[in-house]
Write a protein that binds this ligand. Structure first.
Ligand SMILES: Cc1cc2nc3c(=O)[nH]c(=O)nc-3n(C[C@H](O)[C@H](O)[C@H](O)COP(=O)(O)OP(=O)(O)OC[C@H]3O[C@@H](n4cnc5c(N)ncnc54)[C@H](O)[C@@H]3O)c2cc1C
Length: 432
């Protein structure tokens, strides 16, 4: 019987054994039991990956009893949290403590372990991904050994396990670097395609975080820049009614209805996109950082996202537009454009290179194949690397050439999980 499915309903599983460990010792017991019976075991997060990366066909560990802040070190400016802590819970606790993460993605539903394991990222900043903000980890390996890893201890494991794809072990604790709580001012404004692309580099240079959305079949872009306010108390959040009106009514209810309708009448999509783009207005607001980074996403969609080298990124985007314009695809969701500095994590999508992220979405009930396949060919030709939690068609043979440190990760996997206790069909495809 199917007992688990992911948020986008693209993957499901019927685990043979489901447990909810409350501590590291319980995780070790489950790993050793799986090894003894020649089976597999996997901790899932909030099921927000679009791929089968979290599918647990045999033993499934639920994260819900391993949550909360375990330690705060104000001298080192780090917090240690249980690996299953959802990001919204982490943000709320950090806010109470007067602390904040440096950067994060668009939503806060994921668990910290799930988010870092697939390289979840935001845009810009000194660190774009959550994994880069990790200072140390506690990891249960495939032989049941408990490792404490950091840049000083087991540095080779630390290099890889921050974006470990769930393939190197079960994370039980995550220590994150934090900052004093700060506020961001968001400035959202519509632009034409030409204006957005010609000013993109300047915007990225001038602002802490830049997020852009292109509405396919139109000439319209929506740009969001976020900048730090010097004074937290100067923040001017949107009134509750406006936030509800914009984020719930327009972005979720109205837009959800529009994109669902568009599925039944694809020929109407270009007109509907022009309508959606036309409804976007300029607005400014400021608030505690996590409330500016994230918005509620209740319209279910499917997504593919690739990181391409930053220096060719805008040309890749132009080529994608040429493809969309020349095709018969009807795409009702915007394409999201973000940046990341290079980082030092073995299989991070920004490993060793500054990156531009291009993300493609369709409504959860729409057929994504022609669009995703067509665009994927453009992204791959540019040396693109797919997000580990989002849809793509690549296998190990395709991925190895775009990751200079691929062999390092594979060798570490052989060492930490020689019996493949943590594997599943998806990992077998992407890692071999
Ligand atoms: C609406 C929505 C918005 C999103 N926005 C963004 C965004 O802005 N930026 C971005 O980069 N991504 C984004 N994503 C993708 C998402 O952040 C990733 O797929 C992320 O991995 C999901 O985290 P999760 O807790 O749901 O983990 P899951 O999807 O449940 O699991 C992901 C992987 O982590 C592993 N894992 C989970 N817990 C552990 C553990 N304790 N130890 C070891 N491995 C573990 C799982 O086994 C699996 O391999 C979004 C997804 C959705 C659905």
């Amino acid at each position: 019987m199917t007992t688990w499915h992911n948020w986008a309903r693209t993957e499901s599983a019927a685990p043979t054994r489901i447990t909810t460990p409350a501590d590291t010792a319980a995780v070790v017991r489950e790993v050793l039991a799986a090894r003894r019976r020649g089976g597999t075991v996997k901790m899932v997060g909030s099921a927000h990956s679009f791929t089968g990366i979290a599918v647990a066909p045999d033993g499934m560990l639920r994260p819900s009893a391993m949550t909360g802040v375990l330690a705060v070190d104000r001298a080192a400016m780090t917090v240690t949290v249980a690996a299953g802590t959802p990001l919204h819970e982490l943000n709320a606790r950090l806010e109470d403590l007067g602390l904040s993460l440096h950067n994060m993605g668009d939503v806060d539903a994921q668990t910290i372990a799930g988010a870092i394991s697939t390289g979840t990222h935001g845009t810009g900043g000194v660190d774009a991904s959550l994994a880069v903000q990790v200072e140390a980890l506690e990891l249960v390996t495939g032989s049941g050994e408990v490792l404490h890893v950091s840049a000083e201890q087991h540095a080779d494991v630390f290099a890889a396990a921050r974006v470990g794809l769930g393939a190197l072990g079960v994370l039980t604790e995550v220590t994150l670097r934090v900052e004093p709580l700060f506020a961001l001012e968001a400035h959202e404004r519509p632009m034409s395609w030409d204006e957005a692309l010609s000013s993109y580099d300047d915007l990225v240079e001038a602002h802490h975080h830049v997020d852009m959305y292109w509405f396919p079949h139109t000439d319209r872009m929506m740009t969001k820049t976020n900048d730090r306010l010097a004074d937290l108390d100067a923040a001017e959040p949107l009134p509750r009614w406006r936030r509800w009106f914009d984020d719930e009514l327009l972005a979720n209810t109205f837009y959800g209805g529009l994109t669902a309708t568009a599925n039944h009448v694809p020929t109407a999509i270009p007109r509907l996109n022009r309508l959606s783009a036309g409804l976007q207005t300029e607005r400014r607001y400021s608030d505690v950082a996590h409330r500016v980074f994230t918005t509620p996403r209740r319209v279910r969609f499917k997504e593919m996202e690739y990181a391409v080298p930053r220096d060719v990124g805008l040309d890749v985007l132009r080529e994608v537009r040429r493809q969309v314009d020349a095709s018969s695809w009807r795409v009702s969701f915007p394409v999201e454009i973000r940046t990341a500095p290079a980082d030092d994590i073995t299989l991070s999508t920004a490993s060793g290179r500054e990156s531009l992220y291009l993300a493609f979405h369709v409504h959860a009930s729409a057929d994504h194949r022609a669009y995703f396949d067509g665009v994927e060919a453009v992204l791959r030709a540019a040396g693109g690397r797919p997000h580990w939690g989002k849809m793509h068609s690549l296998s190990a043979a395709d991925l190895a050439p775009v990751y200079p440190r691929w062999d390092e990760f594979i060798a570490l996997r052989d060492r930490l999980d020689p019996d493949r206790v943590f594997t599943n069909d998806h990992l077998a495809r992407i890692l071999g």
